[in-house]
Ligand binder design. Structure first.
Ligand code: URA
Length: 495
């Protein structure tokens, strides 16, 4: 019997190294006892690892390491054994992983799916609390989370990319992950639950209480999306039982109460921008819940000077999502995207090619207006990469909620947010790329680019090119909506 003890961190790499040595030495799956650091070893001592046979070779398909990395994070019993058996079988059955009927493959896929679900929950439900820290010039945040599986290593990259310009620690019962001055570090440290409160807690609670719609109370669905075990980490969750209990009462009050007047300031803004008042209030639904959460956003400093967050707008089941850069001056005041000059330029061209904006979901890569005050004017400033990366937290959630079949990136910032690359827009415009969300992204220029042209001639020429781009998009949308056999690939619309 060979015994292998795997570390709590670097588990997959260690498993891979041991598995390679054992497999090349001819160890059968039943001859290896796999344990994880801290677990009780078996009764019998382990033999020295076998010497690799000189003629032995080990080939695995490209997809195996990714699958194995996820499976290694599972707390299910026997996962290391299962992976090792798969590894051995792959030598004689190279196409094994495509056989979905195979019991080992099925089990590994099911485990990997649970791991991905756990990762998704962690990404969605980690809440950072601001902590008073050393005077480093970087804000400091702390978070407590209890994942079902050993996924801390798998999600570390996500958090370090998203929250790269602040210092933070995510503490779980077994691992502490920190980012300090851009350096990511993980340590296997046993920790008891942290109890944290900061002023953001109250904000989250206020928003949650405001967005909670008793008329749409679906307790089961709520618990499926936000299972009870995560509630203790979520400031807003403390309100849920009370809100549910009070739902009937509130429904009655809503029915009985007369419509309330909007605040004076909102009224003034609406008066100044008549188009902003043209649409009725959207119904409360889960996009609305997202919007309300967005309003409490302080992930980057842009919220400090902007009037308000400007969420996306449009139908929740839109085929097309249009992504701009960030709200401008008018959008910042009205709280709605693309209602100012750039939006009007877009609308005019969209109308010409029969693209119905009302049927699309329109949003921005960055949700707060970034500007520099100059006298009474607020001069637009482009958001930087870190601001775009922070705001992808919200953009990704809008995409996940709307599930568009096609995205348009208007300009470099949107292209950066949707594809990870904001360069060479002139070269890339008019093409479709695979976005980071797995949805095709049509790249084009920002409509403000048309307005910035120095002469009428160049404005006309650029408008004509933009029109051609939107015409292509309109055709793609029609094809998608007609549900024809049209396929959209990274190379462009199919035939
Ligand atoms: N420019 C954008 O990118 N978005 C808006 O909402 C307005 C102007």
């Amino acid at each position: 019997m060979y015994r292998v003890e795997l570390p709590r961190l670097g588990t997959f790499d260690a498993w891979r190294n041991h598995a390679r040595t054992l497999a090349l030495g001819g160890a059968r799956a039943e001859e290896v006892e796999w344990t994880l650091e801290g677990e009780a070893p078996g009764l019998f001592g382990g033999a020295a690892p076998p010497t690799p046979r000189p003629d032995a070779v080990l080939n695995v398909p490209k997809s195996f390491p990714d699958l194995a990395r996820q499976v290694c994070a599972s707390r299910e019993p026997g996962v290391f054994f299962l992976l090792y058996r798969l590894l051995l079988r792959l030598s004689s059955e190279p196409r094994l992983l495509s056989n979905r009927a195979d019991a080992d493959v099925q089990r590994a896929e099911e485990i990997a799916k649970n791991i991905r679900r756990d990762m998704h929950k962690m990404k969605a439900f980690v809440r950072f609390r601001k902590v008073p820290g050393e005077n480093t010039g970087r804000r400091q945040f702390l978070s407590w989370f209890e994942p079902d599986h050993r996924i801390e290593e798998l999600v570390a990259g996500f958090f370090s990319r998203r929250f790269s310009d602040m210092d933070w620690a995510i503490v779980t019962p077994e691992v502490t992950t920190t980012l300090r001055n851009g350096v990511l570090e993980q340590r296997a440290i046993p920790s008891a639950p942290l109890s944290l409160e900061d002023e953001t807690e109250e904000l989250w609670r206020t928003y949650y209480a405001n967005i909670f719609n008793p008329a749409r109370l679906k307790t089961k669905a709520m618990q499926a999306e936000m299972p009870k075990k995560y509630w203790k980490n979520l400031p807003e969750a403390a309100l849920i039982p009370g809100l549910i209990a009070d739902a009937e009462n509130r429904m009655r009050q809503i029915q009985e109460s007369a419509p309330t007047l909007p605040p004076l300031r909102a009224e003034r803004i609406l008066h100044r921008l008549p188009e902003a008042s043209a649409e009725s209030t959207p119904p409360a639904d889960s996009l609305n819940a997202l919007t309300a959460q967005m309003k409490g956003c302080s992930l980057c400093p842009l919220y400090e000077n902007a009037t308000q967050v400007v969420p996306g707008a449009g139908p929740e089941d839109a085929t097309l999502m249009i992504v701009g850069e960030q709200p401008g001056d008018k959008e910042d005041l009205a709280g709605r995207p693309f209602i100012g000059p750039a939006g009007q330029a877009f609308d005019a061209v969209a109308r010409e090619v029969g693209l119905n904006r009302q049927a699309t979901y329109v949003t921005n890569a960055v949700k707060h207006f970034k500007f520099q005050p100059r006298g009474k004017r607020r001069i637009h400033q482009s958001p930087n990469t870190s601001e775009v990366n922070h705001c992808r937290w919200w953009l990704d959630r809008e995409i996940a909620q709307v599930k568009p079949k096609l995205l348009i990136a208007l300009g470099a910032t949107a292209a950066l947010a949707l594809t990870g690359n904001g360069k060479n827009i002139t070269r890339r415009r008019g093409t479709v790329e695979q976005g980071t969300a797995g949805i095709p992204v049509f790249i084009t220029v920002h409509p403000a680019f048309l307005l910035r042209q120095a002469s009428d001639a160049s404005r006309d020429a650029e408008t004509a090119r933009f029109r051609e781009d939107l015409r292509t998009v309109a055709a793609m949308v029609s094809a998608l909506e007609a549900d024809t056999a049209t396929s959209i690939t990274a190379d462009g619309p199919g035939q």
